[in-house]
Design a protein. Structure first.
Length: 161
């Protein structure tokens, strides 16, 4: 097992020095799910949620969150994001929604945290926008789906539901 890169030799937290790393294309895809009752799901789909356009608001929140990740996650490098995409797809089998985020940059470090933050915040915003309909919705499976670029190479998560 490799030592944790965010700890110095004394075990103290530190920001990883990426100044010697080459700038390269980095992409990360993450997802989150929001599970709810069928009636809540239908209200969101039909645009009958009390707070208005739930899906557009959540999409914007996810984009904004990706851009602010370094303000939220200690030791996370601020990155020049080239693209942030947030897709919110109805998942009748849950019932609920799947949030999938894709974040791209040309930088010295990856965008996994930005993609994960975007997915989590979009799901939290979905919850916030629909909580008047149902308080016990469940946000689940916030995870990295795949990433490319960087020293550690490509990664793709094993599929499971």
């Amino acid at each position: 097992m490799q030592p944790l890169s965010h700890l110095d030799t004394g075990g103290e937290a530190r920001m990883v020095d990426v100044t010697a790393k080459a700038v390269g294309a980095r992409v990360a895809v993450a997802e989150a799910r929001l599970r709810m009752e069928q009636s809540t799901f239908e209200a969101i789909l039909t645009g009958n949620a009390p707070k208005g356009d739930v899906l557009s608001t959540a999409r914007l929140a996810g984009i904004m969150a990706a851009k602010r990740t370094s303000d939220l996650i200690p030791l996370c490098h601020p990155l020049p994001l080239g693209a942030v995409q947030v897709e919110i797809v109805p998942a009748p089998e849950l019932p609920g929604f799947r949030v999938q985020t894709t974040v791209k940059t040309q930088a010295q470090t990856g965008v996994e945290m930005e993609a994960l933050t975007a997915a989590a915040i979009a799901a939290l915003t979905l919850y916030d926008m629909a909580k008047a309909l149902q308080k016990d919705m469940v946000i689940e499976q916030v995870r990295l789906i795949r990433k490319s670029g960087g020293k550690s190479g490509d990664f793709e998560a094993a599929e499971h539901d």
